[in-house]
Design a protein around this ligand. Sequence first.
Ligand SMILES: NC(=O)c1ccc[n+]([C@@H]2O[C@H](COP(=O)([O-])OP(=O)(O)OC[C@H]3O[C@@H](n4cnc5c(N)ncnc54)[C@H](O)[C@@H]3O)[C@@H](O)[C@H]2O)c1
Length: 338
Amino acid sequence: MSQNILVTGGAGFIGSHTCVALAAAGYAPVILDNLGNSDVRVLERLERITGARPRFIEGDVRDRALLDKLFREQPIGGVIHFAGLKAVGDSVADPITYYDNNVNGTFVLAAAMQAAAVRTLIFSSSATVYGDPDRSPIPEDAPLRPANPYGRSKLMVEQALADLHRANPAWRIALLRYFNPVGAHESGLIGEHPQGKPNNLMPFVSQVAVGLRDKLAVHGGDYPTPDGTGVRDYVHVMDLAEGHVAALRHAEKQPGLVTLNLGTGQGASVLDVVKAFERASGQRIAYEIGPRRPGDVPAYWGDPTLAQATLGWRASRSVDQMCADSWRWQQANPNGYA
Ligand SMILES: NC(=O)c1ccc[n+]([C@@H]2O[C@H](COP(=O)([O-])OP(=O)(O)OC[C@H]3O[C@@H](n4cnc5c(N)ncnc54)[C@H](O)[C@@H]3O)[C@@H](O)[C@H]2O)c1
C-alpha cells in the first residue's frame, strides 16, 4: 500500500496536526484544501516541524475532475477526510451550504475513491451526532439525535458510508467521533486561529490571555454541573492526530467499518479550563457569566474504551498540557499565521 495519504482539509486545525503525526509515523501526507478556513502558510510550519513540505493541492473536495486527476497522478494508500464546515450556528442559518460541503463533498470524494480503487477512508465525525445524551460517558451505541444541520450532516455521512461498506465489504472505513479538540503542537508552530469571534472555549480563553479580547463570555452558570458551567470532554489535538494514525494502521490491517469515540473519557468545566489556563499562562482570565446559549448541552463526555481496545490508542495529554500548548502557540502567533 502506498505511504502517500490524501488529507482533505489538511491545512486546517486538526488536519495540520494529523499531517505531523502522519509524517512521524513514516507516511507522506498529500494535502487537498480550498483554504476556505485556513492559511497556506501552515505549509512552511509543517516543513519546519517534520523536515519535509507536504505536497499541497489547492482545490475543493467537491471537484470530481480534480480528484480524478489527483488519484491518477500519484499512488494514494488511503484518505483522511477532514474537509468540511463546522460552525453549528452557520449550519442553522445556511443548511444547504453545510449539506453541500459536508455531505455532497464526501459523496464526490467516495465516488472518486471508488473509481480509483482507493478504499481506505478515515472520516471526521463528531460527538454532535449524539445530541443531548441520556448519560455520560457516552458509548458509541447511544441514541443518535443530532440537534442541528451540522450534526445531521455528520450523521448522514456516517450512514451513507455504512451503506457503501455494506455494498462493498472491501472498503476499510473508520468513522471517528471527536469530542472537543483543543491545544496545539508542542512546538507552538501550528495551532488553531479562528477567523472572527471564536465559537469555542479554548481559542476564546487564549485570546483573552494574550490581550486580543477583554473577557471571556461564559454561556450559562446555572447548569446542573459541579460549578454551574458547561462540561465537555476536551482532547488534545495531538492525541486526536495520533488517533487518526492508529485508525489508519488498523484499517490497513483489516477491511471493515469501525465507529469510534475519540476523547479522554473525562469532563472539564468552563471554569476548570479557565483555571488551568491561568496556571499555564500566568495571566488572569477575566470572564463574565451570561445566559445559556440556545442549543447548548449542559454536560457530556465520551466513553473511549472501544477506541482503546480497537486501536490500542489512548489520549494521554492533560488539560494543563492542552492549555500550556495553546498558550505557547497563541503567544508566539497572536494573529495566527499572518
Ligand atoms: N474542531 C472541532 O471541534 C471538531 C469537532 C468534531 C468534528 N470536527 C470535524 O473535523 C474536521 C476538521 O475540523 P477542524 O477543526 O480542523 O476545522 P478547520 O476548519 O480548521 O479545517 C477544515 C479544513 O477544510 C477545508 N475545507 C472546508 N471545506 C472544504 C472543501 N469543500 N474542499 C476543500 N477543503 C475544504 C478548510 O479550508 C479547512 O482548512 C471537520 O470535518 C469538522 O467538522 C471538528
